[in-house]
Ligand binder design. Structure first.
Ligand SMILES: Nc1nc2c(ncn2[C@@H]2O[C@H](COP(=O)(O)OP(=O)(O)OP(=O)(O)O)[C@@H](O)[C@H]2O)c(=O)[nH]1
Ligand SMILES: [Mg+2]
Length: 614
């Protein structure tokens, strides 16, 4: 034999080619670049069982022979013998991931159609078996017309058999089935072959495979995801009502009880109209928060969340981000702080910065009380048909508005301040699982506790300060207490700024303490109206929602909602952004652009609503 024969390993990315290459060639490797491109060329010596030494190359992973990347181009050219200065391989070892057979068979058919001497390494059979899937290599060999050797590259299983198969791989002609052209035909055939090769499959594996087929379907998948999210928001309203009503009654009872038990005094006012009214107005949203988190935790534990990230990867790529940003952004639906901290897992610094900057637009749970009180006051609790409640629909729309805003900003940032290419994304999809009740209960308890602690600390303190500012100096007889107070005077100043976007003095007043935490907007409205009601018993008896309804117009309410979709009203988020970006530059930028967006969005909402005659 004049020339040393060449054997090349080909297959989809992550099939285990390099693992197999290392197992076969050991330390006898040469690493260089293919001439003219920065693609690594790995080759090594391997001695066949016949004693014949061959040169083995580990080709870059590819999904097809029509290249879409420099890696794929090298692979495609080398195996066709079209790469200048590179000898054409004599035998191809096509490496397949047995636990992902259907997908890998698509490329395998394309390679086999070239008609070269080939062998298939059915790799990762250990992982397939772990998942309850046992395959019959003989069926595949029959279908494909080449030898199929089960291997476990990392355990060196099947290497000797693979060597023998390589030694005996001879000239072959592509069978009729392998001259199929077109990706769709190959896909259909891959599906049939993968199904035919199954020797035994646990019920669970079959079910999971079916689930993935539906949930990850490029058309159905996103629709289902949208549907799931939609149900969540419907439930947040529908299921929480009885519990929220109960809490509300308890808060009122406590308020009245304390008011009756104490003599009239400043302390009594502070306790009742100040603390109980404000903290109570936030605490009543506990049921909605718990329901929202129950869904989020269940979706995470079941394995669906990772699928959602997978589905979102393509969409995120459109705005220059990857699926990697999805998890931090998703956590930001609970709270932007853990979300921003979770961006540490994003390796590309510009990717990460973009994700941090848009995280506050994901609707966090602190906005829920604001949204809920205004929606409940202004949006009728009607059915828009098919059992869909209008209130849940509006809530859903607010979440969507935040997401769309974030995507638009990411798109702009990735073309300007954080310019750069989107990084790739590979994600392991976890197995489907029934969420465990105990884990869920612990998770829910933690979230509920965090929420209550906020009510007991930040909101409590801001409330006391606000109460002082609202109650002093005392109004002259006939004058409104709110107008006379320090808070009222400050709010009157701010009211000039927010008047063009439809906000009145009370709304302006709510914005100031809400810088500490968004929920405070609700408690400060509750307090303002309690102070404003003074001794008017009829006014005092009104619920916050009814107060708001009586004082605001629908365009005002909608503008207020639009404001909270964007406004960066959370000191902790600003602080954590400063820490994660090492300076004030980015948090300052974040504050500026989010306030600008909030102002424009609220103004546009107000004037459009007014023009529409709402
Ligand atoms: N359990 C198990 N893991 C394997 C097996 N073969 C490879 N792996 C692991 O699968 C992962 C991917 O393997 P690689 O050899 O890097 O895959 P590759 O085909 O070279 O991937 P690209 O170079 O990206 O095309 C690695 O973590 C390997 O350790 C196997 O038979 N069983
Ligand atoms: Mg590799």
């Amino acid at each position: 034999m004049s020339r040393q024969r060449k054997v090349a390993l080909v297959g989809n990315p992550n099939a285990g080619k390099s693992a197999l290459f290392n197992a076969l060639t050991g330390a006898r490797q040469k690493i260089a670049n293919y001439p003219g491109v920065t693609v690594e060329r790995k080759s090594g010596r391997f001695v066949l069982p016949t004693g014949e030494p061959v040169e083995m190359t580990d080709l870059p992973g590819a999904y097809g022979l029509d290249p879409t990347s420099p890696d794929e181009e090298v692979t495609s050219k080398v195996i066709r013998g079209a790469f200048a200065g590179e000898a054409v391989p004599d035998v191809l070892v096509i490496v397949l991931d047995a636990s992902n057979l259907e997908q890998h068979l698509v490329f395998a058919q394309e390679v086999l159609a070239l008609g070269k001497p080939s062998v298939i390494a059915l790799n990762m059979v250990d992982l397939a078996e772990r998942d309850g899937l046992v395959l019959d290599p003989a069926v595949l060999a029959e279908e494909l017309g080449v030898q199929v050797i089960p291997t476990v590259a990392v355990r060196r299983r099947g290497l000797a058999e693979l060597g023998e198969a390589i030694a005996s791989a001879g000239e072959r002609h592509p069978g009729p089935g392998l001259t199929r052209i077109g990706a769709t035909e190959r896909r259909v055939a891959a599906h049939a072959m993968a199904a035919a090769a199954v020797l035994s499959e646990s019920k669970r594996h079959r079910l999971h495979a079916k689930l993935d087929q539906v949930l990850l379907n490029p058309w159905l998948g996103p629709l289902i995801l949208l549907g799931v999210l939609f149900v969540v928001f419907q439930a947040v309203f529908a299921w929480a009502t009885p519990f929220a009503d109960g809490l509300d009654a308890a808060v009122s009872a406590l308020h009245d009880g304390v008011a009756a038990a104490l003599p009239e005094s400043l302390l009594r006012d502070l306790l009742t109209d100040g603390i109980i009214t404000s903290v109570g107005s936030v605490v009543v949203f506990l049921p909605q928060i718990v329901i929202l988190f129950a869904f989020i935790l269940a979706l995470e534990a079941s394995g669906y969340m990772a699928r959602a990230a997978f589905l979102m990867d393509r969409m995120m790529a459109h705005v220059g981000l990857s699926g990697r940003s999805f998890i931090p952004l998703l956590s930001s639906f609970a709270c932007a702080i853990p979300g921003i901290m979770a961006t540490r897992s994003i390796t590309d610094p510009k990717d990460r910065l973009t994700t941090i900057l848009i995280a506050p637009m994901m609707t966090c749970s602190a906005r829920l009380p604001v949204y809920a009180v205004i929606i409940a006051a202004f949006i009728p609790n009607t059915n828009v048909g098919g059992g869909v409640g209008l209130q849940g629909l509006v809530l859903f729309a607010l979440y969507v508005a935040g997401v769309l805003g974030a995507m638009a900003v990411a798109l702009v940032l990735r073309r300007s301040m954080t310019r750069g290419a989107a990084s790739g994304f590979i994600m392991e999809l976890p197995k489907y699982q029934m969420p465990r009740l105990k884990d869920m209960a612990i998770g829910l308890w933690q979230r509920a506790w965090i929420f209550l602690r906020r009510a007991g600390t930040i909101i409590f303190m801001v409330t006391v300060v606000l109460w002082v500012m609202l109650n002093f100096p005392k109004a002259a007889p006939g004058e409104s207490q709110v107008d006379a107070s320090i808070a009222g005077k400050v709010a009157n100043g701010l009211a000039y700024v927010v008047k063009p976007i439809g906000f009145d003095r009370d709304m302006a007043l709510a914005l100031i303490p809400a810088m500490a935490a968004r929920e405070v907007a609700v408690s400060s409205l509750a307090q303002t109206y309690a102070v404003d009601a003074g001794d008017d018993e009829e006014q005092q008896a009104l619920e916050l929602g009814d107060q708001i309804k009586a004082r605001w117009t629908l365009p005002m309410a909608l503008a207020f909602l639009a404001w909270f979709v964007f406004a960066p009203q959370c000191m902790s988020t600003i602080a954590v952004t400063r820490r994660e970006t090492n300076g004030w530059k980015w948090p300052a930028f974040m504050l500026f652009y989010l306030f600008a967006l909030a102002y424009v969005a609220a103004g546009a909402t107000y004037w459009i609503a007014v023009a529409a005659g709402l």
